[in-house]
Design a protein around this ligand. Structure first.
Ligand SMILES: [Mg+2]
Length: 241
């Protein structure tokens, strides 16, 4: 049997907040908030899928927009490579940043730090001037500035996207109440391809990608098979959905 490798997004793929749980679904704790209170949940079917993978001795690798401390609040204990902060950082088994990944991306950090902070300043001005229902901040992970995170009402996020002059420099993740402006090293696809190299993956492995957002498709389609949830931005984007 082939070694199975699963690259999986987390939020809205393997866990979700209470209001997004299917009606009558059984669930268990998925993740806590910063105060340690339950915030996200895993349905029985999501749990079963993970069990099927782990019973097949699959290597399960999270590929998430969460930074490391937010990933640490997820109940499932991932024990191999982890992709955090939208791909800006690849963590090794022991939790340290993969040094070979740093060799590829670290030279970009300083230039993009300045751009992220001026982008964030502009967005904060837009929020203040137009009294938008949103908040913005630069996310840091392992003391590295990794991306600009804007959260708020979808209309406010659309306004910010259309009026923020820095936006053109970044790639974007946008789904419902989340908008992230990503420097070039924050790429889930590049991070997944890096792990492909590190694990020397080839045609005889079974490589599966899971995600829910359109921004996940890039890394998912670099895997042999791709899976997405029934209720997802990917599904909604299909003309026959
Ligand atoms: Mg997601």
């Amino acid at each position: 049997m082939s070694q199975v490798i699963v690259f999986t997004d987390l939020d809205d793929t393997l866990i979700q907040t209470r209001r997004k749980l299917p009606e009558n679904a059984s669930f268990s704790l998925g993740a806590t908030d910063k105060e340690g209170l339950p915030l996200s949940f895993m349905t029985k079917s999501q749990e079963t899928m993970l069990k099927i993978f782990s019973q097949s001795d699959a290597i399960i690798i999270p590929v998430t927009g969460r930074n490391t401390s937010a990933l640490d609040r997820v109940a499932y204990a991932f024990n191999h490579y982890r992709v955090v902060s939208h791909g800006a950082l690849v963590l090794q088994k022991n939790g340290d940043i993969c040094t070979k990944w740093l060799e590829k991306v670290a030279h970009q950090f300083d230039a993009w730090k300045a751009l992220m902070f001026s982008c964030n300043e502009e967005i904060l001005s837009l929020i203040k001037d137009y009294q938008l229902n949103a908040r913005s901040r630069v996310i840091t992970d392992h003391d590295i500035d990794v991306y600009v995170s804007v959260k708020g009402e979808p209309e406010a996020l659309t306004f910010i996207r259309e009026h923020n002059t820095h936006g053109q420099h970044f790639t974007h993740h946008e789904n419902a109440h989340n908008y992230a402006l990503l420097p070039p090293y924050a790429s889930k696809k590049k991070a997944v391809e890096h792990i492909h190299q590190m694990l020397n993956l080839g045609a005889d492995h079974l490589i599966i990608g899971l995600g829910d957002s359109l921004s996940d498709l890039e890394f998912m389609t670099s895997c042999q098979f791709a899976m997405f949830p029934q209720h997802s931005q990917i599904k909604r984007s299909f003309p026959y959905a």
